[in-house]
Design a protein around this ligand. Structure first.
Ligand SMILES: Cc1ncc(COP(=O)(O)O)c(C=O)c1O
Length: 442
């Protein structure tokens, strides 16, 4: 009897995005894998031209800060280029321990564990603390690494629609009869939409149904709250969040990740987490840079850096709305939040992620290219990173952008919008990108 073999490589040919990808490459409008020719500064050298960088997560602008560069340099010179082993065996240097201690202090937690990337921090935490008998409830806007960690754990996955608290509650009710432990996991600041999770209400629901709460502070830590400890700090719920995960690849200007929480849980992860144990530890230069950046953030200068990035975000958001773009709205905070924290104005906050709704994927790509040609680099979020028909240009600012540079970017946006709309019809306008609160009430 003849047997037909399925080629596992078949999916690499003829996948549903292949045609679109080929057309985008041929027209040279692909917004991905563009090449940076220098450090991630407010204005960068990219593919032979200067572009205003509105697509970096270098929120505090510390990747080129001389103290942070020195931290990387000193670590490199003292410990070499790589550690060639796991933290468990030959991969721990004093800088890892200093960083873990200082992160725990910063987060107000018992202990912290440093991973080689933020992705591994989620994978190694969720894949270890959850097991097949447990239930994990996630927001549909959560980062891919959260989903990967959940899948790895083989816990029962119950997703709820972005920010829909009544759906979260339904999942919590259902989870009561699943039979295992229950963990709710949300991003503090959602990486595509730039909105903040309503952690106060989420913590209330977790307490009511006996669930644990984990918050991914990748875009919140080093950005929000008086200490810059993140969304949980800004919203006044630090004591009610069980685990906080973060990354060094954004405000902390390096590469790596962490989880902070109770001593027993962190110690359990230290000896059980496969994404921590079975990979080489972060290279000395990355650890030295993250430690130096954290020290800058926690120094007297930190407040001004946080205020600068958040004020820049509000300025860019207001400017884009003034030009008629559909941008994210400033988010209202309730009275339990730190209303005197950097960036809070009249009880509202704008995070450094300011998305612009375009809608159609192809139009978003063409608009991206027009901006690129006009000297502005932004990120493009297409389906499946966003819901179908919800393509975004995702802009993000740094503390080190000055107003003149943001004004130049706004002039480019104005010019590009005029010619784009003349050729391709109107773009969505102000109010069309629903405020998170409005969407939550839908
Ligand atoms: C919300 C969120 N979590 C986790 C990660 C992963 O972090 P890293 O880039 O350090 O792997 C990212 C970064 O892309 C993120 O945006």
């Amino acid at each position: 009897m003849s047997q037909t073999h399925v080629d596992v490589f078949a999916k690499a040919r003829g996948h549903d995005r292949e045609e679109q990808l080929r057309a985008a490459r041929e027209a040279d409008v692909l917004p991905y894998f563009r090449i940076l020719d220098g450090p991630a500064r407010p204005v960068v050298e990219m593919e032979g031209a200067e572009r205003i960088m509105l697509g970096s997560n270098n929120y505090l602008g510390l990747t080129a800060d001389e103290r942070v560069v020195q931290g990387a340099h000193d670590a490199l010179m003292r410990y070499g280029t790589g550690l060639t082993g796991s933290r468990l065996l030959n991969g721990t240097i004093p800088l890892h321990l200093d960083l873990e201690r200082e992160i725990a202090e910063w987060m107000g937690a018992d202990d912290a564990l440093v991973f080689t990337t933020g992705h591994q921090a989620n994978l190694g935490t969720l894949g270890t603390i959850l097991g097949p008998g447990d239930t994990v409830i996630v927001d549909s806007g959560d980062h891919a690494s959260i989903l990967d960690g959940c899948l790895l754990s083989r816990a029962k996955l119950r997703p709820f629609r972005h920010n829909r608290l009544e759906k979260l509650e339904k999942s919590l009710v259902r989870a009561q009869t699943d039979g295992g432990g229950v963990l709710v996991v949300v991003d503090g600041v959602f990486s595509m939409e730039g909105d903040i999770a309503p952690l106060h209400e989420i913590a209330d629901l977790c307490a009511r149904y006996g669930a644990r709460l984990m918050v991914d502070e990748a875009h919140g830590a080093g950005v929000l709250g008086r200490r810059g400890a993140g969304t949980a700090e800004l919203l006044g719920v630090e004591g009610r969040v069980d685990l906080r995960v973060g990354t060094f690849s954004k405000s902390l200007a390096a590469c790596g990740g962490f989880v902070a929480g109770d001593a027993d849980v962190i110690d359990y992860l230290r000896v059980q987490s496969r994404a921590y144990l079975f990979t080489a530890s972060g290279v000395p230069a990355a650890v030295g840079a993250a430690l130096a950046a954290l020290r800058v953030l926690r120094s007297d200068e930190g407040h001004d850096l946080l205020a600068a990035v958040l004020d820049n975000a509000r300025y860019l958001r207001d400017g884009l709305e003034g030009l008629g773009f559909a941008v994210v709205q400033a988010q209202h905070l309730d009275s339990s939040a730190q209303l005197d924290a950097p960036g809070v104005l009249d009880g509202t906050i704008v995070t450094p992620i300011v998305p612009i709704l375009v809608g159609d994927d192809w139009r978003a790509v063409l608009l991206w290219r027009a901006l690129y040609d006009a000297g502005v680099f932004v990120n493009t979020a297409l389906h499946p990173a966003v819901p179908p028909g919800g393509a975004l240009l995702r802009t993000s600012v740094m503390a080190t952008h000055d107003r003149a540079t943001i004004d130049r970017a706004l002039e480019a946006f104005a010019m590009v919008k005029r010619s784009f709309e003349a050729d391709h019809g109107p773009l969505p306008g102000p109010g069309e990108l629903h405020a998170p609160a409005a969407r939550a009430a839908e």
